[in-house]
Design a protein. Structure first.
Length: 293
């Protein structure tokens, strides 16, 4: 992993000529989604399931834990939206543990359900790893957009106060977390959520009085390295959202934090195999796992 100053944020701008317009939502939605190698369930709701993508050959495989985005809303696709990404990572020799969760506007979702689902699905990896040849010592948590928020939250959930409805005494902790256009500070970004995601989402996700448990910027800093990757031309979650989280972590952090802004890219370029932005993202995932391309 690229060295950076501990307890400080460094800014890396990936400079490249803009060869094409940012990837549109329609192009992202039109991608083929390969079926997972296995699926397992951890609850009764249809979305309470995990897609497992395995590379060829026997393990132990390094693992990317994927958390999908989509405005924390059932109006968007669930874990299926990242199946193309999971298949690409599996071709690179990385197993994928892609989790679904009840969204804020689904029955049982919001606070505490969405958070409990994410925690339960991540912790299930520890139990299932021997069956699927997964290396629990080489794991990285990767979330996109709303999933970036949940990835940052999951990385710090073990530090929630005793008695928290969404805390965990012994959570599974990956070795690193990568947030792709993630929302780390619900207080600063929350005013935009009704415009982007619809009315009521932020209130269900982070009811009054729960911000210290639900907004990563208000929580203790994760012990693992954090990489925040933004797209320069992202109109949904602009790069300043990552900066807000990094600023909130100043003075809290012991592990490294790195800010990366990819020039010429939009929100969906970060999760679009074949796009220059994905080349940078996938390289960072490989580095975090010690995978040699």
């Amino acid at each position: 992993m690229r060295t950076c100053l501990a307890a400080a944020a460094s800014l890396v701008s990936i400079a490249s000529a803009i060869a094409a317009d940012p990837v549109a939502l329609s192009a992202f939605q039109a991608l083929p989604r390969p079926a997972p190698t296995h699926q397992i369930r951890y609850g009764e709701a249809p979305v309470q399931a995990i897609d497992i993508f395995l590379p060829p050959g026997a393990g132990l495989h390094p693992v990317a834990i994927l958390i999908h985005g989509g405005c924390w809303s059932a109006a968007t696709d669930d874990r299926g939206q990242l199946r193309h990404l999971a298949a690409d990572l599996a071709r690179r020799g990385i197993a994928v543990w892609s989790i679904g969760y009840r969204r804020a506007d689904e029955p049982g979702g919001g606070y505490p359900g969405s958070f409990l689902d994410v925690g339960t699905a991540i912790d299930r990896l520890r139990e299932e790893a021997p069956r699927y040849g997964l290396d629990v010592h080489r794991t990285v948590l990767v979330g996109h957009s709303a999933g970036g928020h949940l990835a940052l939250w999951a990385a710090a959930r073990g530090k929630l106060p005793a008695g928290s409805a969404i805390g965990a005494a012994t959570p599974f902790e990956p070795r690193a977390v990568i947030s792709l256009a993630g929302v780390g500070d619900l207080a600063s970004f929350g005013r935009f959520v009704p415009l982007l995601c619809g009315a009521g989402i932020i209130e269900r996700l982070s009811p009054p009085g729960t911000e210290a448990e639900t907004s990563p910027a208000a929580m203790a800093a994760p012990d693992m390295p954090v990489t925040l990757i933004s797209a320069e031309l992202d109109r949904l979650v602009p790069p300043y959202a990552a900066h807000d989280y990094a600023i909130a972590m100043r003075g809290k952090r012991k592990a490294p934090i790195e800010l990366i802004t990819i020039a010429g890219a939009g929100h969906f370029d970060l999760v679009m195999p074949g796009a220059p932005a994905w080349a940078e993202v996938s390289r960072r995932i490989e580095e975090s796992l010690g995978v040699v391309p």
